[in-house]
Design a protein. Structure first.
Length: 540
């Protein structure tokens, strides 16, 4: 009981709870508390670093108040150019708690049906209806909170009408369709439990129906309606980067919301109103440059998409405006076009500017994805993490959080890496070194705002399957609300690349203090059965 209160910092624990642990951990056929049983308890699932209570944050704020677990090109099984399209990666993502699924929809080759594929590439298509059905069957396996489908629409109006029918037929009463033209404020995840929400660019020809009707007879079908080229004019650099993406062979996201390359065709015909009625989250089409794009309309909310490069550029000149925009509106960030290998980028730039949908290639792997997975271990893994207050509040004199300002240290996280175990059970015994036990070291550090981001490591312990490092590190944090603890174990090899021995990433603001068992995951983010570290956390 004293250990639980004094070391683990659990001030609500009772003597009965402590007795319960003793009873359940007497696995070794000996009664009472003894060293082996206590050690086993420390490394057990009963002693994890995050609280096991599940969803524990307020879920009744508008969607714009949350970071949302978001996929990019969710239908791709591999790279961005030649991999197969399938509903399998969509199902996998939903099972991991991903809440935003992106589908690029195109006419099939006979133009009678709708396929999902990565336009302009050699990816083989999957039928839209198959993807919708799989979303319907798997949406709420990992979380009850809403699933948003972002559509990248390359369709003709007759096929848009077909999509409306498919979506309506597939999701029926779980589909959220707002009564009014445009939402004044986003609904909350709580009110949207077990609902599906569609987000895309509303066909503007419907908005401008009257105008089009007038033009319909005898007009030139190839003549554009107007503002296609406006985006980026004010900031030539930004436009440059849009075109730059194009050159690199991936033009899909440019026709997402902001660019309107296929608008000419559609704009000449009146679209079926059913399609527009499906769209709950309007992807805005900004006219003008970045300042215009970030303008906040008090009467309606919308979603804006920026590539990682566009965000980086915009952050240099318009950091506070981006934060202000994301207080009510949704910002989606997507990987730049040259990431044809389905790699990802640093998600913190988006998060520190309040971007709710930092869209990732979930089929990829690597450190950025580990950080993404770490963020969404928070709040019971439900796919929605409340944004910190400072990103949502405006000060008494209308002050907005400025992501460029370096803040004073608010908290210091003290981390002790005691020891690790489980590799002997998990790996072939010659996996790390052919003739001797492995030489493990642990890298530990923080992914957060630039001032907090750092990595350090323990000594390498030679020839030991159960390394005991017993080293303590201190991480001063200026924004602990956005800090993720990164942990990686590697095995040192003198003559070749070090072997990988597991990783995890944990939201610092949800870390439980005290001595904890830290399960490690493989490169893809799948949990090892046996491998875990014993670590200690303290906040000073
Ligand atoms: C396109 O879809 C229609 C309707 O489902 C189907 O009959 C046709 O075979 C499809 N065309 C191709 C080339 O797949
Ligand atoms: C969906 O279907 C219902 C009837 O099944 C119909 O009343 C409704 O208008 C349809 N909605 C759309 C957006 O097509
Ligand atoms: C671990 O390190 C602490 C602090 O340096 C030291 O007091 C303690 O004896 C060490 N424990 C072991 C088992 O080596």
């Amino acid at each position: 009981h004293r250990f639980l209160t004094e070391v683990q910092g659990d001030d609500k624990v009772t003597k009965e709870d402590a007795q319960g642990i003793i009873n359940s951990s007497s696995i070794l056929h000996r009664r009472g508390l003894h060293l082996d049983a206590f050690f086993k308890y420390l490394l057990s699932d009963a002693n994890l670093p995050l609280s096991p209570v599940g969803v524990h944050r307020d879920m009744s704020a508008p969607l714009s108040h949350y970071f949302i677990y978001t996929g990019h090109n969710s239908y791709l099984t591999g790279n961005q150019l030649s991999s197969d399209c399938s509903d399998a990666p969509i199902i996998q993502a939903l099972h991991k708690g991903v809440r935003v699924i992106e589908l690029d929809i195109w006419p099939n080759s006979s133009k009678e049906n709708v396929d999902v594929l990565h336009g302009g590439t050699f990816t083989s298509p999957v039928e839209l209806i198959k993807c919708l059905k799989s979303i319907n069957n798997h949406a709420f396996v990992a979380s009850d909170y809403p699933v948003v489908i972002t559509l990248e629409d390359h369709l003709t109006p007759d096929l848009q009408a077909k999509v409306a029918e498919m979506v309506n037929q597939t999701f029926r009463e779980i589909l959220f369709t707002p009564g009014s033209e445009c939402l004044k404020e986003f609904p909350s995840p709580q009110s949207m439990k077990k609902r599906v929400i569609i987000s895309t660019k509303p066909p503007k020809e419907y908005l401008e129906a009257k105008e089009i009707k007038e033009k319909e007879n005898g007009s030139d079908r190839s003549k554009p309606l107007g503002d296609e080229e406006a985006w980026g004019k004010e900031v030539p650099d930004l436009e440059g980067s849009i075109r730059g993406d194009n050159k690199n062979g991936d033009d899909e996201d440019q026709s997402d919301e902001e660019d309107d390359s296929d608008g000419d065709l559609k704009s000449q015909q009146l679209v079926a109103p059913q399609y527009k009625h499906l769209i709950a989250i309007h992807a805005g089409k900004p006219k003008g440059g970045i300042s215009e794009a970030l303008k906040v309309d008090p009467d309606k909310v919308r979603r804006l998409s920026l590539s990682e490069e566009q965000l980086e550029k915009a952050a240099k000149t318009h950091g506070k405006e981006i934060v202000r925009f994301t207080q009510r509106n949704i910002l989606r960030v997507y990987p730049k076009g040259i990431r044809v290998d389905s790699s990802n980028y640093n998600p913190l730039i988006g998060w520190m500017h309040g971007a709710q949908m930092v869209a990732f290639n979930m089929q990829g792997h690597g450190r950025s994805l580990w950080i993404m997975q770490g963020m969404f271990r928070a709040n019971g893994g439900c796919g929605y993490v409340e944004k910190p207050d400072f990103l949502l509040k405006t000060g008494p004199n209308n002050e907005i959080f400025d992501p460029k300002v370096r803040l004073p240290v608010k908290k210091t996280l003290k981390v002790t890496v005691y020891m690790g175990e489980g590799w002997y059970q998990e790996f072939p015994h010659t996996y790390f070194d052919q003739y001797s036990p492995p030489d493990f070291y642990t890298r530990v550090g923080i992914a957060g705002v630039p001032a907090d981001t750092m990595m350090t490591k323990t000594k390498t312990l030679e020839d030991n399957w159960v390394p005991a490092w017993n080293e303590t590190f201190e991480f001063p944090l200026t924004v602990p609300e956005l800090a993720l603890l990164r942990v990686e174990v590697h095995e040192y090899d003198m003559s070749e690349k070090d072997d990988f021995g597991g990783q995890t990433c944990l939201p610092v603001w949800e870390l439980r203090k005290g001595i904890r068992a830290i399960p490690l995951y493989n490169r893809k983010g799948e949990k090892f059965k046996h491998v875990r570290l014993l670590m200690r956390f303290d906040f000073v």
